[in-house]
Design a protein around this ligand. Structure first.
Ligand code: PGA
Length: 251
């Protein structure tokens, strides 16, 4: 059974003190939720503060990137052992903003994913087409390329710690959501790709989140699709009440 998994991608938002305030507010909103995996992914500078107040709480902590070496002369990077020690258990890898603005490729996403898994972190690997891709009829090709390239060389066992986030780039931060049918179609396709790459079990058991303007008003319908197992939430995760409403949409 795939458990609904909702992650908040805070992006470049919230100082450490603002992080504490937001998590405190969220904690009281979701204290009775037990049927949903909940994850918050604040910026690196907030992780240790966040870890302190999440102790003993059923909200997991995630980071927004990880480097593919453990240590060394790599100015500006953060490693998997650093994240582990800070109390992190998930890491978002290959978000479209990283692919678009920071030169991330399938190859670097693959290296980061392998390193995260090697250190026992779970990876939330992001894939998704641009508007141009969609209009050119290339959605499935691009998604297949992202999935096969980003997860190349992983074992079936590795895949128990991988979540895929399908995020159509044209829906991110734009207020334009994919329709439940558009999202479902791609999620189902991702399972076919996983079946070819791995096996039936991996295809059936991998959590596939939808991301892109998910909000309280559309969450229940999206999460009601058979192959949509959760959400990666940007804007709406910055407000405790909105994020909690998404979490509770199917709880
Ligand atoms: P959004 O962002 O919910 O603000 O569209 C989603 C994401 O980029 O993960």
């Amino acid at each position: 059974m795939r458990k609904i998994t909702i992650a908040g991608n805070w992006k470049l938002n919230k100082t450490p003190s603002e992080t504490v305030a937001l998590i405190e507010a969220l904690k009281s909103e979701v204290k009775d939720v037990s049927t949903v995996n909940m994850i918050v992914c604040p910026p690196f500078t907030s992780l240790t503060e966040a870890a302190k107040i999440l102790k003993g709480i059923n909200i997991a902590l995630g980071a927004q990137n990880v480097y593919w070496e453990d240590a060394g002369a790599f100015t500006g990077e953060v490693s998997a052992p650093m994240l582990k020690d800070a109390g992190v258990s998930y890491v978002i890898i290959g978000h479209s903003e990283r692919r678009q603005y920071f030169g991330e490729t399938n190859d670097t996403v693959n290296k980061r994913t392998k390193k995260a898994l090697e250190h026992g972190l779970s990876a939330i690997v992001c894939v998704g087409e641009t508007l141009e891709d969609r209009e050119a009829g290339k959605t499935f090709d691009v998604v297949k390329d992202h999935v096969t390239g980003s997860l190349a060389g992983l074992s079936n066992d590795n895949m128990t710690k991988v979540i895929i986030a399908y995020e159509p780039v044209w829906a991110i931060g734009t207020g334009k959501t994919a329709t439940p049918e558009q999202a479902q179609e791609v999620h189902q396709y991702i399972r076919e790709v996983l079946k070819d790459m791995f096996n039936d079990d991996v295809a059936n058991n991998t959590i596939i989140q939808y991301g892109g303007s998910m909000k309280p008003e559309n969450a229940a319908e999206l999460l009601g699709q058979p192959d949509i197992d959760g959400g990666l939430i940007g804007g709406a995760s910055l407000k405790a009440d909105a994020f909690a409403a998404i979490i509770k949409a199917k709880a």
